[in-house]
Design a protein around this ligand. Sequence first.
Ligand SMILES: C[S@@+](CC[C@H](N)C(=O)[O-])C[C@H]1O[C@@H](n2cnc3c(N)ncnc32)[C@H](O)[C@@H]1O
Length: 475
Amino acid sequence: MRKVKSKLPIFENVEISDLAAEGKAVAKISIENAVKKDLIVFVENCVPGDVVDIQIIRKQRNFMEGTPIKFHKFSETRVDAKCIHFGTCGGCKWQTLPYSIQLHYKQKQVLDQFTHLGKFELPEPEDILASANEYFYRNKLEYTFSDKRWLTKEELGDESIKDMNALGFHIPGKFDKILDVLECHLQPEPSNEIRLAVKSFAKEHGLSFFNVREQSGFLRNLIIRNTSIGHVMVIVSFFHEDEVKREQLLDFLANKFSNISSLMYVINPKRNDTITDLPVKLYKGNDYILEQMEELKFKIGPKSFYQTNSEQAYQLYSLVRSYASLSGNEIVYDLYTGTGTIANFISKNAKKVVGIEYVPEAIEDAVENSKLNNIQNTVFYAGDMKDILNQDFIDKNGKPDVVILDPPRAGVHPNVIDAILKTKADKIVYVSCNAATQARDIQLLSEQYKVVKFRPVDMFPQTAHVENIALLVKK
Ligand SMILES: C[S@@+](CC[C@H](N)C(=O)[O-])C[C@H]1O[C@@H](n2cnc3c(N)ncnc32)[C@H](O)[C@@H]1O
């Protein structure tokens, strides 16, 4: 006999009370006679102040997840979403919250993680550093071509729709469905113009769009990068070579957009979209674009990492520099240095900066950027942090006075924490995109260090993401 799944409950007239970690809206439901006072329900597509009926869709041990099935009241703080794709596109999920409220919840998110997960003494946080641009702050977007356009509820069943081609973003959780993006408020022009022009040209000239299930079609991805000094890089990814059609499209782009300073392409016959392991070829212009920060120039190649919000990256690095308060005599270790941007940025304030990073190509960029800027007091090493940062390394490179940490979301490996503790550096400036792992790591470092300042930084308005910088000094 088939086991009948127990029916999941509906809770009526519930007020959304908070936004928790990762931006999830929270409702607390009091259950009579329950051992625990409140049942925590994470609800999608809601903001604090909304009053809704919630259909539970998933039960977990300590909480439930639900979806609103009726709105009794919309929160007074709600604003209209700017983008026509809001609710369908996976990005910019906080558009219905005014920016000041977004900042409030980001600050709270960091403080909650620090107070709940860390058992170390905390000063009052400094106010979150807001992004000057609430929209159009990204310097890189990657669009996907697909002949399986995502159809909205209204479009489903409309037999007059014949064109199923799309150029846009993946629908969350659907690897084969692409939202055809008509407008996007994340990257400044000519980003939208280029995307729309490429799509029209491809349709008019019969260039086929990729089908990921069947692994067929010609056009695969379109990557657009720009810098604050007006350089634009466009990379077109094709599934297979067809010189005539490829040149037709690239010539069209080169002629129509004289502001593209780097036009590149890649042939990607693999099953995945990543181009990092493929040769990216130059079609016109330079094989890099330049970014500028103060008097420094940074070369960005088609595969180089660069913080996606350039203006706010400058604010972030300036805050790192101010927290490090260098006198010019220090040896600084910039751990997880990426393309060495922080290392190069602070180099003139230090005696020597040592950068370590996993990705060898990023280290090549770091070295090249030091050369480009005539910086002679940096040295970079490629490899896994837990293998590189040991006593031999410290003997060879000098004991650090200041350690800068900017690890990935997973945080710092426990062996690396031990190695840092052994350096006995005077200060640690810890930059993190995940306050939960940062709190865990600071807990481990708190045996020798205390947090003297911390400040959340908003790099990604309209999303729940938040960076946080903490200054730790030796006890
Ligand atoms: C948040 S990014 C740092 C970005 C850089 N500070 C910047 O602002 O451009 C984290 C970096 O850590 C590197 N990374 C991740 N795991 C690593 C490991 N085990 N050892 C060394 N580097 C690692 C990643 O490749 C990435 O470049």
